[in-house]
Design a protein. Structure first.
Lengths: 129, 519
């Protein structure tokens, strides 16, 4: 059981890190999702692996599993879910506005002081409202 | 039952903005005037609360607040000591200047929900400063990050959206790492309450030391991402340079949240009593901090744009701050906290000034090149001069006192040679960098064409350009005040550092008087 959980976490983390390093928005999003799955399983395991044990008090329980990691995982899932939605929308918008889905900022982006388009003000003044 | 013995004002800095933000979204989203009034009133109230809490913390012991009246270590606790009270006050003062600027320059009307996001951001920052629980710290980090994503993208634009995507991706990876670190620490200690973690770390058997220290170092990496320490600082210039001016100024406090978290966790949990894991952060943090300082100030020298130059100056100031923190002595912590206050004001003032200058030079933006004269060249040049002096650490402003305190604190440590060399050389680089930028933008521009009347029409300067300028003046006044009252301020900071380096008061307040009996 330990081997299974540990290798599962390891494989998902490895896949997640690989995908995040692809620096294209879709693989990055999938990679971040992978990482959050790996973390959720990992958090479960921090309460020690227990099978078929109740987390809350019951009359016929012989032992309990640790309820706290389950609460932590719940919080982590909610946050990761919300953030995945945000990053999907953001990636789509970045792709549609710049016509490119690269996540890293290229040389043309770091050059500041291009007339009329420094930090995007040209576009923002008209469309922001 | 409400326990009347608890000081309910401790949660007010979190509850107030968290109530105000939804009210602004629900009731005032179509009325800019009303949301502006409520947002400013909220920040002013926050400032009043923060002052009251600092007064309480200054002459009182550590106080705590148990949410839902559940005792630590099981319930979530908020802890008010001198350090957290100081950070709340700094946040409120900064927020007041920034919200004033955002309204006066019209930035808040260039997108939607600026004021609600601003309040959520304050809620997250205040929560991170007050919480006494590591997982709760994660949650407040997420609150402040999610609000910061919205603020950073405020106003839109292709470049800003792309920079925002990168910023979000970096921080999501950082959050994942935070959860892994929390998992490791919980797995090895069985608790997440910081005071309880301190007790468990002190009593950790040798066979579990490796896991404990792994968790501790992972946590350090997470905080270093927030504090933009080398080698994980790359996100900062791209993100801050593409954020709207006032938002970048507010973000001056965000890197400080990382620095605060390092100071809190690595004096309380991995402090002098932690046995084998004592001062875990020091060995890793000092080289990283010196590298950050060097990279930042070289960046100041090489930057082609004014805003990017300020971003690198922020990086350099974080390097100085983390250097002082990494020494982990009470004197160095006083220096670190003094420099923290100073660099927050200096960075905010410079970001706001850069925004003012960019708005007046529509043809060249923030590029450091000569351009025709623009409105109020002389006034802006004087303000830029003052802010750059502050940031570089030249007398007479507080940056000089801050750097002097850092150098003095390092004098008696083995790291003296490295710290003195790097701090002094990088200060020179910073002076040269800002002198080059200032003389190009203001003096050489003055020679391009003689008359201010020929200046190109600036970008719309917003409803109240005069108020926007005075908000920059407010930030500079913060630095002047810090210089004039350096004595009382360092007195308070010395008490705050004493509390940090003797955490017994913190631990007994949170866990009860007999928590330390077993030691």
């Amino acid at each position: 059981m330990e081997i299974l959980v540990a290798s599962g976490v390891g494989a998902m983390t490895a896949a997640g890190v690989y995908l995040v390093l692809r620096a294209r928005s879709f693989p990055v999003i999938v990679g971040l999702a992978m990482l959050s799955y790996a973390v959720n399983v990992f958090l479960f395991a921090t309460g020690r692996i227990a099978i078929n044990l109740p987390p809350v008090i019951s009359k016929d329980a012989v032992a309990y599993s640790d309820p706290l990691p389950q609460a932590l995982v719940l919080t982590a899932i909610v946050i990761a879910f919300g953030m995945t939605a945000v990053v999907v929308v953001l990636a789509l918008r970045a792709y549609l506005e710049s016509g490119d889905d690269a996540v890293d900022i290229g040389a043309d982006d770091t050059e500041s002081g291009q007339p009329g388009e420094s930090d995007g003000l040209g576009e923002s003044a008209g469309t922001g409202r | 039952m409400i326990d009347l013995t608890l000081n309910h004002w401790i949660v007010a800095p979190i509850v107030l903005p968290s109530l105000l933000a939804p009210i602004i979204i629900i009731a005032m989203r179509h009325d800019m005037l009303l949301s502006r009034v409520f947002s400013v009133a909220g920040v002013a109230a926050l400032l009043a609360i923060a002052i009251a809490l600092v007064v309480q913390a200054a002459d009182g012991p550590v106080q705590h607040y148990e949410l839902g009246n559940w005792d630590g270590p099981f319930g979530i606790v908020m802890v008010l000591d001198r350090l957290s009270a100081l950070m709340l006050l700094l946040t409120a003062v900064l927020a007041l200047g920034v919200i004033g600027y955002a309204i006066a320059s019209g930035w808040d009307a260039r997108g939607r929900h600026f004021h609600a996001l601003f309040q959520f951001q304050l809620m997250g920052v205040n929560g991170a400063f007050l919480t006494g629980d590591v997982f709760n710290l994660f949650v407040f980090f997420e609150v402040l990050l999610i609000a910061s994503y919205g603020l950073m993208l405020h106003g839109g634009g292709a470049k800003r959206t792309r920079a925002g995507l990168q910023y979000v991706a970096i921080n999501l990876a950082g959050s994942t790492l935070f959860l892994i670190a929390i998992g490791v620490l919980y797995g090895v200690t069985g608790t997440l309450n910081m005071a309880d973690l301190a007790l468990k770390a002190a009593a950790m058997p040798a066979e579990n030391q490796a896991l404990l220290q792994t968790g501790g170092v992972l946590l350090l990496i997470v905080f270093a991402v927030k504090a933009a320490a080398a080698p994980i600082h790359f996100w900062l210039p791209g993100a801050y340079a593409n954020a709207p001016g006032p938002v970048a100024a507010l973000f001056a406090i965000m890197t400080k949240v990382g620095a605060y978290a390092i100071l809190r966790v690595y004096t309380l949990v991995f402090g002098a009593d932690a046995g084998e894991a004592a001062w875990l952060a020091a060995d890793w943090l000092l080289p990283a901090a010196l590298a950050t300082l060097a990279i930042g100030m070289v960046g100041v020298l090489g930057a082609k744009g004014l805003v990017r130059q300020v971003c690198f100056a922020v990086l350099g100031s974080m390097g100085t701050l983390l250097t002082a923190i990494a020494l982990f002595t009470p004197e160095a912590t006083v220096a670190a906290l003094y420099y923290l206050i100073h660099s927050t004001f200096a960075a905010a003032a410079l970001f706001l000034l850069a925004d003012l200058i960019v708005a007046r030079r529509p043809d060249v933006g923030d590029a450091i090149t000569p351009a025709p004269r623009f409105m109020q060249t002389g006034l802006l040049a004087a303000l830029f001069f003052a802010a750059a002096i502050g940031m570089a650490g030249m007398p007479p402003l507080s940056g000089f006192i801050g750097k002097l305190l850092v150098l003095e604190a390092a004098a008696s440590t083995p790291a003296m040679t490295a710290v003195w060399t790097v701090v002094l050389v990088t200060s020179l680089l910073c002076i040269v960098g800002f002198a080059r930028a200032g003389s190009t933008v203001f003096w050489k521009s003055a020679q391009v064409s003689g008359d201010e009347d020929d200046a190109p029409a600036p970008r719309p300067l917003g409803p109240a350009p005069g108020v926007a300028l005075s908000c920059v003046g407010f930030m500079l006044a913060g630095m002047v005040g810090l210089t004039l009252f350096a004595g009382p301020v360092t007195g308070y900071l010395a008490d705050a550092a004493a509390q940090l380096y003797d955490p017994s008061d913190y631990i007994t307040t949170v866990l009860g008087a007999d928590a330390l009996a077993g030691r």
